[in-house]
Ligand binder design. Sequence first.
Ligand SMILES: Cc1ncc(COP(=O)(O)OP(=O)(O)O)c(N)n1
Ligand SMILES: Cc1nc(C(=O)O)sc1CCOP(=O)(O)O
Length: 537
Amino acid sequence: MVKVDIDYSVYLVTGREFLPPGKDYYESLEESLQGGVTLVQVREKDADTGEFIEVARRTKDVCDRYNVPVLINDRIDVHLAVGTAGIHIGQTDCPIPLARQLVGPDAIIGISIGKVEEAHKAIDQGADYVGIGAVWPTGSKDVRNKKMLGPEGVGEILDILGGTGIKSVAIGGIHLPNLAQLLHASISPISANHLDGIAIISDIVASETPKEAARALRDLVGSFKRVRKTLPDPMAIFGIPTKRDLTVDGLVTGVMELIRVVKRETPLVHQMTNTVVVNDSANVTLAIGASPIMSTHPRDVADLSPAIGALLINFGTISDKEGMLVAGRQANVNRKPIVFDPVAIGATSYRRETSVDLLSHWQPTIIKGNAAEIGAMAKSTEVASRGVDSVGSGFSDPGAVVKALARKRACIIVLTGESDYISDGSVVLKASNGHSYLGSITGSGCMTGTLIGCFAAAARLDYLSKKEAYEDLSQLVQGDMLLAALSGILVYNVAAEVAAERPDVKGPGTFRAALIDELYNLTPETVKERAKITMLS
Ligand SMILES: Cc1ncc(COP(=O)(O)OP(=O)(O)O)c(N)n1
Ligand SMILES: Cc1nc(C(=O)O)sc1CCOP(=O)(O)O
């Protein structure tokens, strides 16, 4: 026997107990193979040995017709009796070295892991692949004694596996609506290693139409893997959406174009923001030519999602967490950019917990914060917070902080301050426009988040309007989100400079009104003339 070459893309773990009433197991299995399942594990928790062997044998007969390998869950004796491609074992099952002796060198051995230490052990012991879980809660297995990893936890484990040749699938609570989020957000921070596939019970087995369920999963995983393989920069977090001139001049030209796109397309920007700034946020949105909608009810936000261009979630006065959970999840499902503004996250444990909860439900595209907020997200002790403000002199190396956090969170990070720092995990930009009056009006940072949201919507629309563009279901967002973040920062700060120079501006009150006027009147050319950008890496 030779070790079979396995495609882990869509790995069906069987579960006869989860079939819809009246659905035959073998019929469901065959339909799922027709839909594109690439690997099958026979998992029988209640069958006695004879029944397990019979189910495994018939399962293998069906899978053989589709050239799809079969593995056996836990039971080496059943694998040996039926002659399947290998086994899947858990942490408390037969240890890998003994299993290897029993199954021989050519059988596939996969092991369940949920911790970094278990990943190291799987490497040392020569596993062929690992099943990383549980990603999310699931009704298919009692995982209450396990830590839910979330996509970020999966990414930490993927970094350990990077370069070892060991394949990886994620398991637990994976369904079509959260699949793009999982694939994107689990790209590992250091080596940009990504999942080879997903292991699924209920999304396929419990479906009345397993062929369609399997096909949708297969298309999405296939597309994701194809995009990753063809990236010019394999370390990039985002699939490169469009050609980009990565020079300061090129970026400024891109910002000028996005300013025009906002005015032309008037994107609808859904903002769940705090009560202090709702009115100002809506006004700055209108001033640059976008259209605001400030809805918060969970039912309302779900219905709105297909129509919006981008979503801003700012939890300055958290009163609508349910709505934020739903809105973010729907934005991921509909592939709309999400700007997350974790206002004063370091100030209270409730804010920290809420942030963890929100970010385990959906993947942000851009996180924007001041030094205290970004410091809290990066678990840095360099900067402390007082209410919504930062105290102290800031980070010693802000560029390194935003770059590392961008890789860890698989999103763009914007750090605001006297100078602003923006990173997509590869490039780091420093932008140094602005005026001290911005520190004297309330909600200044929140309005920056709003404008970044407007430009994120524009960047997506701009990309999708290009001749060569197509909507790729495996990409959480498309469009140049680094450029969107830079545009929001530049437009806001340049408008502030122009406003502050006006003779009628006497202090924060007149400045606030003048700022909205200058956002309204701002031209791409003025932004070009005044932009102070440095590329740090
Ligand atoms: C691909 C894959 N990953 C993980 C598991 C879980 O296996 P295990 O920990 O042995 O738990 P049981 O499946 O035996 O309940 C799996 N089966 N497949
Ligand atoms: C069998 C299994 N093992 C898990 C682990 O975390 O090791 S989670 C799980 C159940 C996966 O089922 P579903 O796709 O329906 O969520």
